[in-house]
Design a protein around this ligand. Structure first.
Ligand code: F0G
Length: 466
Protein backbone atom coordinates (compact mmCIF):
# COMPACT_ATOMS: atom_id res chain seq x y z
CA UNK A 1 0.00 0.00 0.00
CA UNK A 2 1.27 3.47 -0.89
CA UNK A 3 2.16 5.77 1.99
CA UNK A 4 1.86 9.04 0.09
CA UNK A 5 -1.31 10.76 1.23
CA UNK A 6 -4.23 11.39 -1.09
CA UNK A 7 -4.35 15.06 -0.01
CA UNK A 8 -1.51 17.35 0.98
CA UNK A 9 -0.63 21.05 0.94
CA UNK A 10 1.68 22.54 -1.65
CA UNK A 11 3.21 25.96 -2.28
CA UNK A 12 1.65 27.57 -5.38
CA UNK A 13 5.00 28.84 -6.62
CA UNK A 14 6.22 26.40 -9.29
CA UNK A 15 9.83 27.30 -8.51
CA UNK A 16 9.30 26.27 -4.86
CA UNK A 17 6.54 23.67 -4.72
CA UNK A 18 7.28 22.73 -1.09
CA UNK A 19 4.75 20.27 0.29
CA UNK A 20 3.20 19.91 3.74
CA UNK A 21 1.05 17.34 5.46
CA UNK A 22 -2.68 17.87 5.17
CA UNK A 23 -2.96 18.11 8.97
CA UNK A 24 -0.42 20.91 9.30
CA UNK A 25 -1.79 24.32 10.25
CA UNK A 26 -0.20 26.97 8.07
CA UNK A 27 -1.30 29.81 5.86
CA UNK A 28 1.96 30.35 4.00
CA UNK A 29 4.83 28.31 2.64
CA UNK A 30 7.53 27.84 5.27
CA UNK A 31 10.23 28.01 2.62
CA UNK A 32 9.27 30.97 0.41
CA UNK A 33 6.20 32.55 2.08
CA UNK A 34 3.88 32.08 -0.90
CA UNK A 35 0.27 30.87 -0.66
CA UNK A 36 -0.61 27.20 -0.29
CA UNK A 37 -2.97 24.92 -2.22
CA UNK A 38 -4.68 21.76 -1.11
CA UNK A 39 -3.60 19.20 -3.72
CA UNK A 40 -4.96 15.71 -4.43
CA UNK A 41 -3.57 12.53 -5.90
CA UNK A 42 -6.62 12.10 -8.13
CA UNK A 43 -5.57 8.61 -9.27
CA UNK A 44 -6.21 7.40 -5.75
CA UNK A 45 -8.84 9.87 -4.58
CA UNK A 46 -11.68 8.29 -6.62
CA UNK A 47 -13.29 11.38 -8.17
CA UNK A 48 -16.63 10.86 -9.94
CA UNK A 49 -16.43 9.42 -13.46
CA UNK A 50 -18.97 11.98 -14.61
CA UNK A 51 -20.43 14.92 -12.73
CA UNK A 52 -23.99 13.58 -12.83
CA UNK A 53 -22.77 10.65 -10.67
CA UNK A 54 -22.71 13.16 -7.81
CA UNK A 55 -26.50 13.46 -7.94
CA UNK A 56 -26.90 10.09 -6.23
CA UNK A 57 -25.89 11.64 -2.92
CA UNK A 58 -28.97 13.87 -2.87
CA UNK A 59 -31.12 10.76 -2.49
CA UNK A 60 -29.28 10.19 0.81
CA UNK A 61 -29.91 13.72 2.07
CA UNK A 62 -31.03 12.58 5.51
CA UNK A 63 -27.29 12.22 6.16
CA UNK A 64 -25.98 15.73 6.99
CA UNK A 65 -22.95 15.37 4.71
CA UNK A 66 -25.18 14.51 1.74
CA UNK A 67 -27.56 17.38 2.51
CA UNK A 68 -24.78 19.97 2.68
CA UNK A 69 -24.26 21.91 -0.55
CA UNK A 70 -20.53 21.65 0.12
CA UNK A 71 -20.12 18.06 1.25
CA UNK A 72 -22.33 16.33 -1.25
CA UNK A 73 -19.35 17.14 -3.50
CA UNK A 74 -16.91 15.56 -1.04
CA UNK A 75 -15.32 13.53 -3.85
CA UNK A 76 -14.08 16.82 -5.31
CA UNK A 77 -12.58 18.07 -2.02
CA UNK A 78 -11.43 14.82 -0.44
CA UNK A 79 -9.02 16.18 2.17
CA UNK A 80 -10.79 14.69 5.19
CA UNK A 81 -12.31 11.42 6.33
CA UNK A 82 -16.14 11.51 6.23
CA UNK A 83 -16.45 11.28 10.01
CA UNK A 84 -14.53 14.56 10.46
CA UNK A 85 -16.89 16.67 8.35
CA UNK A 86 -18.33 19.76 10.01
CA UNK A 87 -21.59 20.95 8.53
CA UNK A 88 -24.44 23.15 9.69
CA UNK A 89 -26.43 22.67 6.47
CA UNK A 90 -24.61 25.27 4.36
CA UNK A 91 -24.91 25.58 0.60
CA UNK A 92 -28.68 25.24 0.13
CA UNK A 93 -28.65 28.08 -2.34
CA UNK A 94 -30.82 29.43 -5.11
CA UNK A 95 -29.95 29.51 -8.79
CA UNK A 96 -32.37 31.79 -10.53
CA UNK A 97 -32.96 32.78 -14.11
CA UNK A 98 -33.45 36.56 -13.85
CA UNK A 99 -34.94 38.07 -16.98
CA UNK A 100 -35.49 41.54 -15.52
CA UNK A 101 -31.82 41.71 -14.58
CA UNK A 102 -30.95 40.31 -18.04
CA UNK A 103 -32.75 43.30 -19.56
CA UNK A 104 -30.76 45.66 -17.33
CA UNK A 105 -27.48 43.97 -18.28
CA UNK A 106 -28.65 43.80 -21.92
CA UNK A 107 -28.34 40.09 -22.57
CA UNK A 108 -31.16 38.05 -24.08
CA UNK A 109 -33.90 36.79 -21.72
CA UNK A 110 -33.00 33.36 -20.39
CA UNK A 111 -29.28 34.07 -20.55
CA UNK A 112 -28.65 35.67 -17.18
CA UNK A 113 -28.66 33.75 -13.91
CA UNK A 114 -28.16 34.79 -10.32
CA UNK A 115 -26.40 32.37 -7.98
CA UNK A 116 -27.79 33.52 -4.66
CA UNK A 117 -25.42 32.73 -1.80
CA UNK A 118 -27.38 34.87 0.67
CA UNK A 119 -29.42 31.73 1.46
CA UNK A 120 -26.58 30.32 3.53
CA UNK A 121 -27.18 29.95 7.29
CA UNK A 122 -25.20 33.09 8.15
CA UNK A 123 -26.42 34.92 5.04
CA UNK A 124 -23.34 34.87 2.83
CA UNK A 125 -21.15 32.62 0.69
CA UNK A 126 -18.59 32.44 3.51
CA UNK A 127 -20.33 29.43 5.04
CA UNK A 128 -19.16 27.26 2.13
CA UNK A 129 -15.56 27.95 3.04
CA UNK A 130 -16.11 28.01 6.77
CA UNK A 131 -17.48 24.45 6.87
CA UNK A 132 -14.29 23.28 5.13
CA UNK A 133 -12.00 25.34 7.39
CA UNK A 134 -13.82 24.01 10.46
CA UNK A 135 -13.44 20.48 9.19
CA UNK A 136 -9.71 21.03 8.86
CA UNK A 137 -9.53 22.77 12.23
CA UNK A 138 -11.23 19.77 13.82
CA UNK A 139 -8.68 17.44 12.15
CA UNK A 140 -5.92 19.49 13.77
CA UNK A 141 -7.53 19.76 17.21
CA UNK A 142 -7.67 23.57 17.19
CA UNK A 143 -9.37 25.25 20.18
CA UNK A 144 -9.69 28.86 19.01
CA UNK A 145 -10.28 30.41 15.58
CA UNK A 146 -9.82 33.98 14.41
CA UNK A 147 -10.33 36.18 11.38
CA UNK A 148 -10.14 39.76 10.23
CA UNK A 149 -13.33 40.73 8.52
CA UNK A 150 -15.44 43.28 6.74
CA UNK A 151 -18.33 41.49 8.44
CA UNK A 152 -19.36 38.32 6.65
CA UNK A 153 -16.40 36.10 7.49
CA UNK A 154 -16.78 37.11 11.12
CA UNK A 155 -20.53 36.39 11.10
CA UNK A 156 -19.84 32.98 9.60
CA UNK A 157 -17.00 32.14 11.99
CA UNK A 158 -19.07 33.22 14.98
CA UNK A 159 -22.01 31.15 13.79
CA UNK A 160 -19.97 27.96 13.26
CA UNK A 161 -18.45 28.37 16.71
CA UNK A 162 -21.83 28.91 18.33
CA UNK A 163 -23.53 26.00 16.55
CA UNK A 164 -20.74 23.43 16.76
CA UNK A 165 -19.06 24.46 20.05
CA UNK A 166 -15.82 23.16 18.50
CA UNK A 167 -13.83 26.38 18.95
CA UNK A 168 -14.02 29.87 20.43
CA UNK A 169 -14.26 32.78 17.98
CA UNK A 170 -12.02 35.85 17.97
CA UNK A 171 -12.82 38.42 15.31
CA UNK A 172 -10.94 41.54 14.23
CA UNK A 173 -12.83 44.38 12.58
CA UNK A 174 -11.87 47.87 11.47
CA UNK A 175 -13.54 50.71 13.30
CA UNK A 176 -16.74 51.97 11.68
CA UNK A 177 -16.15 49.65 8.73
CA UNK A 178 -18.78 47.02 9.27
CA UNK A 179 -22.52 47.14 8.61
CA UNK A 180 -24.79 46.64 11.59
CA UNK A 181 -26.44 43.54 10.16
CA UNK A 182 -23.08 41.76 10.20
CA UNK A 183 -21.83 43.18 13.49
CA UNK A 184 -25.08 42.17 15.17
CA UNK A 185 -24.48 38.57 14.12
CA UNK A 186 -21.01 38.35 15.66
CA UNK A 187 -22.26 39.92 18.88
CA UNK A 188 -25.34 37.70 19.07
CA UNK A 189 -23.34 34.53 18.45
CA UNK A 190 -20.98 35.43 21.26
CA UNK A 191 -17.70 36.04 19.43
CA UNK A 192 -14.91 37.96 21.12
CA UNK A 193 -15.03 41.06 18.94
CA UNK A 194 -11.87 43.15 18.70
CA UNK A 195 -12.38 46.50 17.02
CA UNK A 196 -9.05 47.99 16.02
CA UNK A 197 -8.36 51.57 15.03
CA UNK A 198 -7.83 50.98 11.33
CA UNK A 199 -9.42 49.35 8.30
CA UNK A 200 -9.69 45.77 7.05
CA UNK A 201 -6.17 45.74 5.63
CA UNK A 202 -4.79 46.78 9.04
CA UNK A 203 -6.92 44.18 10.82
CA UNK A 204 -5.78 41.47 8.39
CA UNK A 205 -2.13 42.21 9.10
CA UNK A 206 -2.72 42.14 12.87
CA UNK A 207 -4.73 38.94 12.94
CA UNK A 208 -1.95 37.08 11.16
CA UNK A 209 0.53 38.23 13.78
CA UNK A 210 -1.81 37.36 16.65
CA UNK A 211 -2.62 33.90 15.25
CA UNK A 212 1.01 32.97 14.81
CA UNK A 213 1.95 34.33 18.28
CA UNK A 214 -0.92 32.67 20.12
CA UNK A 215 -1.37 29.55 18.00
CA UNK A 216 -4.92 30.46 16.99
CA UNK A 217 -6.41 28.84 13.88
CA UNK A 218 -6.83 31.49 11.14
CA UNK A 219 -9.97 31.18 8.99
CA UNK A 220 -9.50 34.00 6.49
CA UNK A 221 -9.41 32.90 2.86
CA UNK A 222 -5.61 32.85 3.01
CA UNK A 223 -6.35 29.47 4.62
CA UNK A 224 -6.33 27.05 1.65
CA UNK A 225 -9.05 24.85 3.14
CA UNK A 226 -11.53 27.74 3.01
CA UNK A 227 -11.15 27.78 -0.75
CA UNK A 228 -11.81 24.05 -1.03
CA UNK A 229 -15.28 24.69 0.39
CA UNK A 230 -15.87 27.67 -1.87
CA UNK A 231 -15.22 25.54 -4.96
CA UNK A 232 -18.66 24.05 -4.30
CA UNK A 233 -20.35 27.31 -5.40
CA UNK A 234 -19.22 26.44 -8.91
CA UNK A 235 -20.26 22.80 -8.53
CA UNK A 236 -23.79 23.95 -7.69
CA UNK A 237 -23.85 26.37 -10.62
CA UNK A 238 -22.83 23.55 -12.96
CA UNK A 239 -25.38 21.22 -11.40
CA UNK A 240 -28.15 23.79 -11.93
CA UNK A 241 -27.13 24.04 -15.59
CA UNK A 242 -27.26 20.24 -16.01
CA UNK A 243 -23.45 20.18 -15.79
CA UNK A 244 -22.95 22.35 -18.83
CA UNK A 245 -20.50 25.21 -18.19
CA UNK A 246 -21.88 28.74 -18.74
CA UNK A 247 -19.94 31.27 -20.83
CA UNK A 248 -19.24 33.67 -17.98
CA UNK A 249 -18.96 33.68 -14.21
CA UNK A 250 -19.07 37.22 -12.82
CA UNK A 251 -18.01 37.74 -9.21
CA UNK A 252 -17.18 40.68 -6.95
CA UNK A 253 -13.50 40.85 -5.95
CA UNK A 254 -12.38 41.73 -2.43
CA UNK A 255 -9.80 39.50 -0.77
CA UNK A 256 -10.03 37.37 -3.96
CA UNK A 257 -10.84 34.09 -2.25
CA UNK A 258 -13.88 33.28 -4.36
CA UNK A 259 -12.24 34.00 -7.68
CA UNK A 260 -9.21 31.92 -6.67
CA UNK A 261 -11.45 29.05 -5.55
CA UNK A 262 -13.49 29.17 -8.76
CA UNK A 263 -10.34 29.05 -10.88
CA UNK A 264 -9.08 26.03 -8.93
CA UNK A 265 -12.44 24.27 -9.25
CA UNK A 266 -12.50 24.68 -13.02
CA UNK A 267 -8.84 23.74 -13.44
CA UNK A 268 -9.43 20.51 -11.51
CA UNK A 269 -12.68 19.64 -13.28
CA UNK A 270 -11.02 20.23 -16.64
CA UNK A 271 -7.95 18.18 -15.76
CA UNK A 272 -10.22 15.36 -14.62
CA UNK A 273 -12.07 15.50 -17.94
CA UNK A 274 -15.34 16.32 -16.17
CA UNK A 275 -16.09 19.53 -18.12
CA UNK A 276 -15.39 20.10 -21.82
CA UNK A 277 -14.34 23.74 -21.39
CA UNK A 278 -13.68 26.33 -18.71
CA UNK A 279 -16.01 29.36 -18.43
CA UNK A 280 -14.54 32.85 -18.56
CA UNK A 281 -14.19 34.67 -15.28
CA UNK A 282 -14.98 38.36 -14.75
CA UNK A 283 -13.86 39.83 -11.43
CA UNK A 284 -15.38 43.15 -10.45
CA UNK A 285 -13.73 45.59 -8.07
CA UNK A 286 -15.38 48.62 -6.51
CA UNK A 287 -13.76 51.75 -7.93
CA UNK A 288 -12.66 52.81 -4.44
CA UNK A 289 -10.91 49.47 -3.80
CA UNK A 290 -9.51 48.53 -7.19
CA UNK A 291 -6.07 47.02 -6.63
CA UNK A 292 -6.72 44.00 -8.84
CA UNK A 293 -8.08 46.20 -11.63
CA UNK A 294 -5.04 48.47 -11.41
CA UNK A 295 -2.54 45.63 -11.46
CA UNK A 296 -4.20 43.27 -13.94
CA UNK A 297 -6.07 45.51 -16.33
CA UNK A 298 -4.13 48.77 -16.16
CA UNK A 299 -0.60 47.52 -15.57
CA UNK A 300 -0.89 44.20 -17.40
CA UNK A 301 0.29 41.90 -14.62
CA UNK A 302 -0.23 38.23 -15.52
CA UNK A 303 0.38 34.92 -13.77
CA UNK A 304 2.84 33.88 -16.50
CA UNK A 305 2.71 30.24 -15.40
CA UNK A 306 3.81 31.09 -11.89
CA UNK A 307 6.28 33.88 -12.55
CA UNK A 308 4.26 37.13 -12.45
CA UNK A 309 6.32 40.33 -12.54
CA UNK A 310 6.03 41.09 -8.82
CA UNK A 311 8.07 44.29 -9.17
CA UNK A 312 4.90 45.88 -10.55
CA UNK A 313 2.77 45.07 -7.49
CA UNK A 314 5.65 45.81 -5.08
CA UNK A 315 5.94 49.27 -6.52
CA UNK A 316 2.15 49.74 -6.47
CA UNK A 317 1.88 48.82 -2.79
CA UNK A 318 4.90 50.94 -1.87
CA UNK A 319 3.19 53.94 -3.45
CA UNK A 320 -0.05 53.08 -1.67
CA UNK A 321 1.84 53.14 1.63
CA UNK A 322 3.72 56.34 0.84
CA UNK A 323 0.52 58.17 -0.09
CA UNK A 324 -1.46 56.45 2.71
CA UNK A 325 -4.17 55.43 0.28
CA UNK A 326 -7.09 53.68 1.95
CA UNK A 327 -9.89 51.72 0.33
CA UNK A 328 -13.25 53.49 0.29
CA UNK A 329 -16.56 52.21 -1.09
CA UNK A 330 -20.20 51.88 -0.09
CA UNK A 331 -19.72 48.15 -0.76
CA UNK A 332 -18.05 47.73 2.63
CA UNK A 333 -17.64 43.96 2.18
CA UNK A 334 -15.07 44.56 -0.56
CA UNK A 335 -13.43 47.66 0.90
CA UNK A 336 -10.00 46.03 0.63
CA UNK A 337 -6.80 47.36 -0.91
CA UNK A 338 -4.42 44.48 -0.17
CA UNK A 339 -6.11 41.28 -1.31
CA UNK A 340 -4.36 38.33 0.33
CA UNK A 341 -5.14 35.94 -2.52
CA UNK A 342 -3.78 38.21 -5.21
CA UNK A 343 -1.31 35.66 -6.62
CA UNK A 344 -3.81 32.81 -6.64
CA UNK A 345 -6.28 35.12 -8.33
CA UNK A 346 -3.79 35.87 -11.12
CA UNK A 347 -3.55 32.13 -11.64
CA UNK A 348 -7.36 31.83 -11.78
CA UNK A 349 -7.50 34.64 -14.35
CA UNK A 350 -5.04 32.67 -16.50
CA UNK A 351 -7.04 29.43 -16.10
CA UNK A 352 -10.31 31.15 -17.01
CA UNK A 353 -9.11 33.67 -19.61
CA UNK A 354 -10.39 36.28 -17.20
CA UNK A 355 -11.08 39.99 -17.24
CA UNK A 356 -11.15 42.53 -14.41
CA UNK A 357 -13.28 45.66 -14.28
CA UNK A 358 -14.19 48.24 -11.69
CA UNK A 359 -17.57 49.86 -11.10
CA UNK A 360 -18.55 53.02 -9.22
CA UNK A 361 -20.64 53.11 -6.05
CA UNK A 362 -23.43 54.66 -8.13
CA UNK A 363 -23.36 51.71 -10.55
CA UNK A 364 -23.28 49.27 -7.63
CA UNK A 365 -26.30 50.81 -5.90
CA UNK A 366 -28.32 51.07 -9.12
CA UNK A 367 -27.55 47.42 -9.96
CA UNK A 368 -28.48 46.44 -6.42
CA UNK A 369 -31.85 48.16 -6.80
CA UNK A 370 -32.44 46.25 -10.04
CA UNK A 371 -31.60 42.96 -8.36
CA UNK A 372 -33.87 43.81 -5.44
CA UNK A 373 -36.73 44.76 -7.75
CA UNK A 374 -36.51 41.24 -9.16
CA UNK A 375 -37.22 39.86 -5.71
CA UNK A 376 -33.87 38.43 -4.72
CA UNK A 377 -32.17 41.20 -2.81
CA UNK A 378 -28.46 41.39 -2.11
CA UNK A 379 -26.00 43.56 -0.26
CA UNK A 380 -24.07 46.27 -2.13
CA UNK A 381 -20.85 44.29 -2.74
CA UNK A 382 -22.80 41.47 -4.38
CA UNK A 383 -24.38 43.82 -6.90
CA UNK A 384 -20.92 44.68 -8.22
CA UNK A 385 -21.24 41.46 -10.21
CA UNK A 386 -24.38 42.68 -12.00
CA UNK A 387 -22.96 46.18 -12.52
CA UNK A 388 -19.79 44.59 -13.91
CA UNK A 389 -21.71 42.31 -16.27
CA UNK A 390 -23.57 45.36 -17.58
CA UNK A 391 -20.31 47.20 -18.19
CA UNK A 392 -18.74 44.22 -19.97
CA UNK A 393 -21.86 43.87 -22.11
CA UNK A 394 -21.72 47.57 -23.02
CA UNK A 395 -18.08 47.09 -24.02
CA UNK A 396 -19.07 44.13 -26.20
CA UNK A 397 -16.86 41.74 -24.20
CA UNK A 398 -19.92 39.76 -23.10
CA UNK A 399 -22.18 38.87 -26.03
CA UNK A 400 -25.97 39.26 -25.92
CA UNK A 401 -26.40 35.52 -26.47
CA UNK A 402 -23.87 34.33 -23.92
CA UNK A 403 -24.89 32.58 -20.72
CA UNK A 404 -23.87 34.70 -17.76
CA UNK A 405 -23.93 33.73 -14.09
CA UNK A 406 -23.61 36.58 -11.57
CA UNK A 407 -22.70 35.52 -8.05
CA UNK A 408 -24.75 37.28 -5.37
CA UNK A 409 -22.44 36.84 -2.43
CA UNK A 410 -24.50 38.17 0.49
CA UNK A 411 -28.06 38.65 1.73
CA UNK A 412 -30.04 41.85 1.25
CA UNK A 413 -30.55 42.28 5.02
CA UNK A 414 -26.82 42.40 5.73
CA UNK A 415 -26.74 46.14 5.08
CA UNK A 416 -30.22 47.70 5.31
CA UNK A 417 -28.73 51.15 5.99
CA UNK A 418 -27.42 51.39 2.43
CA UNK A 419 -30.70 50.15 0.96
CA UNK A 420 -32.93 52.47 2.96
CA UNK A 421 -30.67 55.45 2.25
CA UNK A 422 -30.92 54.70 -1.46
CA UNK A 423 -34.72 54.52 -1.43
CA UNK A 424 -35.38 57.17 1.20
CA UNK A 425 -37.40 60.33 0.71
CA UNK A 426 -35.14 62.21 3.07
CA UNK A 427 -32.49 63.95 0.98
CA UNK A 428 -30.39 64.83 4.05
CA UNK A 429 -30.27 61.19 5.06
CA UNK A 430 -29.43 60.19 1.49
CA UNK A 431 -26.62 62.71 1.27
CA UNK A 432 -25.26 61.78 4.65
CA UNK A 433 -24.97 58.10 3.90
CA UNK A 434 -24.57 57.89 0.16
CA UNK A 435 -23.59 61.37 -1.07
CA UNK A 436 -20.20 61.22 0.57
CA UNK A 437 -19.60 57.90 -1.20
CA UNK A 438 -20.17 59.36 -4.64
CA UNK A 439 -23.76 58.19 -5.12
CA UNK A 440 -25.49 61.27 -6.47
CA UNK A 441 -28.94 60.04 -7.38
CA UNK A 442 -31.09 57.05 -6.65
CA UNK A 443 -31.98 56.09 -10.22
CA UNK A 444 -34.43 53.38 -9.18
CA UNK A 445 -35.61 54.69 -5.83
CA UNK A 446 -38.86 53.31 -4.44
CA UNK A 447 -39.72 56.18 -2.17
CA UNK A 448 -41.97 55.79 0.82
CA UNK A 449 -45.09 57.95 0.54
CA UNK A 450 -45.76 60.15 3.58
CA UNK A 451 -49.48 60.72 4.31
CA UNK A 452 -51.46 62.12 7.22
CA UNK A 453 -53.23 59.61 9.45
CA UNK A 454 -56.52 60.14 7.67
CA UNK A 455 -58.51 57.49 5.77
CA UNK A 456 -59.41 59.83 2.90
CA UNK A 457 -55.83 61.00 2.43
CA UNK A 458 -54.51 57.45 2.61
CA UNK A 459 -56.94 56.25 -0.07
CA UNK A 460 -56.14 59.25 -2.23
CA UNK A 461 -52.45 58.43 -2.05
CA UNK A 462 -53.05 54.78 -2.94
CA UNK A 463 -55.17 55.75 -5.95
CA UNK A 464 -52.55 58.21 -7.06
CA UNK A 465 -49.50 55.96 -6.77
CA UNK A 466 -50.72 52.42 -7.45
N1 F0G B 1 -19.07 39.82 -1.33
C1 F0G B 1 -19.30 39.80 0.00
C2 F0G B 1 -20.70 39.95 0.47
C3 F0G B 1 -18.22 39.64 0.91
O1 F0G B 1 -18.47 39.62 2.21
C4 F0G B 1 -16.92 39.54 0.40
C5 F0G B 1 -15.78 39.40 1.29
C6 F0G B 1 -16.74 39.56 -0.98
C7 F0G B 1 -17.83 39.70 -1.81
C8 F0G B 1 -15.39 39.42 -1.57
O2 F0G B 1 -15.04 38.09 -1.66
O3 F0G B 1 -12.80 38.14 -0.63
O4 F0G B 1 -13.60 36.19 -1.94
O5 F0G B 1 -13.03 38.34 -3.06
N2 F0G B 1 -15.82 39.58 2.54
C9 F0G B 1 -14.73 39.30 3.47
C10 F0G B 1 -15.22 39.38 4.90
C11 F0G B 1 -13.50 40.02 3.18
O6 F0G B 1 -14.43 39.65 5.80
O7 F0G B 1 -16.38 39.11 5.14
P1 F0G B 1 -13.52 37.66 -1.85
Amino acid sequence: MSTTPIAYQRCISPTCGATYDVREVRVACGRCGDLLDVVYDWDRAAPPRKLSDLEARWARRREPSCYSGVWRFHQLLPFCPPDQIVTVGEGQTLFQQADAVARYVDVRPGRLYLQYEGMNPSGSFKDNGMSAAFTHARMTGAQRAACASTGNTSASLAMYCAVTRLMKAVIFIGSGKISYGKLSQALDYGALTVQIAGDFDDAMMRVREVCSELGIYLVNSINPFRLEGQKSIMFRVLEALSWEPPDWIVVPGGNLGNSSAFGKAFAELHTLGLIPRVPRLAIINAAGADTLYQLYDQRGMRWQDGAPPMAISDEYFARMDAEQLKASTIASAIEINRPVNFRKCLRALQTCDGVVRRVTDQEIMDAKAQVGAGGVGCEPASAASVAGARLLRAEGIIGADERVVCILTGHQLKDPTATVAYHTTDQDQFNKILGSRGVRRASFANRAVAVPNDLGEIMKAIRLYS
